[in-house]
Design a protein around this ligand. Structure first.
Ligand SMILES: Cc1cc2nc3c(=O)[nH]c(=O)nc-3n(C[C@H](O)[C@H](O)[C@H](O)COP(=O)(O)O)c2cc1C
Length: 175
C-alpha cells in the first residue's frame, strides 16, 4: 500500500465529495493515476488514513472558520500519530464572498496539526484569482498551502484548477 496515493476527504453537503471524485477522474483520465476517494466518515479506524505514505486530503470550512463535522471528530483521534515520512497535498473548499475573513481556514488548521506531527506538505497554490481578507491556509503572502476550490463563487474554474494542481503534485507523489 505504501506506493499508492491515498485520497481522503470530509464533506457535509457534498461539494468536497464531488471535487474529490473529479480529482480521481482527472487523475485517471489525464495522468493514468488511480485514486479512489474515501470519505473519512466511512472509516472504522481513522488511523487507516496513514497506512498511506503519500496523501491527498480535502476539507471544506464550516461555521466561520470551523472544521467540517467529521474532521472535527477524527482530528483529535489522530493527534498522537507520528507523521514523519508522510507527504501530504491538501485541498480546501470555501466561499470567498460569504466568508472572506475565514476563507478555507480549516485547510490551514489541518496543515497546522499534521505539520506539528511531522508531515511534509506539497501542492502550494497561488492566491491570484481569489478575493478574501483573511485565511489560516496562507503559506505566505502569495500562496495557500494547498489547492483552493470555490464551488460557491467560481465553479467554472474548478476543473482547470484541479488539472493544473494535479500536474504539479502527481509526479512528486509518485516519486
Ligand atoms: C453555514 C456555513 C458556514 C460556512 N463557513 C465557511 C467559512 O467559515 N469559511 C469558508 O471559506 N467557507 C465557509 N462556508 C462555505 C463552505 O465551505 C462551502 O460551501 C463548501 O463547498 C461546502 O463543502 P461541503 O459540501 O463538502 O461540506 C460555509 C458554508 C455554510 C453553509
Amino acid at each position: 500500500m505504501s506506493n499508492e496515493i491515498g485520497l481522503f476527504y470530509g464533506s457535509t453537503t457534498g461539494m468536497t465529495e464531488d471535487i474529490a471524485t473529479r480529482i480521481g477522474q482527472i487523475a485517471s483520465e489525464k495522468y493514468s493515476v488511480d485514486l479512489t476517494p474515501i470519505n473519512i466518515a466511512d472509516l472504522d479506524n481513522p488511523n487507516d488514513i496513514f497506512l498511506y505514505n503519500k496523501l491527498i486530503i480535502g476539507t471544506p470550512t464550516w461555521n466561520y472558520g470551523e472544521h467540517q463535522d467529521d474532521w472535527e471528530i477524527i482530528l483529535p483521534k489522530l493527534s498522537e500519530t507520528d507523521l514523519t515520512g508522510k507527504t501530504i497535498a491538501l485541498f480546501g473548499l470555501g466561499d470567498q464572498v460569504g466568508y472572506p475573513e475565514y476563507y478555507v481556514d480549516a485547510m490551514g488548521m489541518i496543515w497546522e496539526q499534521f505539520k506539528s506531527q511531522g508531515a511534509t506538505f506539497i501542492g502550494e497554490w497561488s492566491v491570484e484569482g481569489y478575493e478574501f481578507t483573511q485565511s489560516k491556509a496562507l503559506l505566505d503572502d502569495k500562496h495557500f498551502i494547498g489547492l483552493v476550490i470555490d464551488e460557491d463563487c467560481q465553479p467554472e474554474l474548478s476543473d482547470a484548477r484541479i488539472d493544473e494542481w494535479l500536474a504539479g503534485i502527481l509526479p512528486k507523489l509518485q516519486a
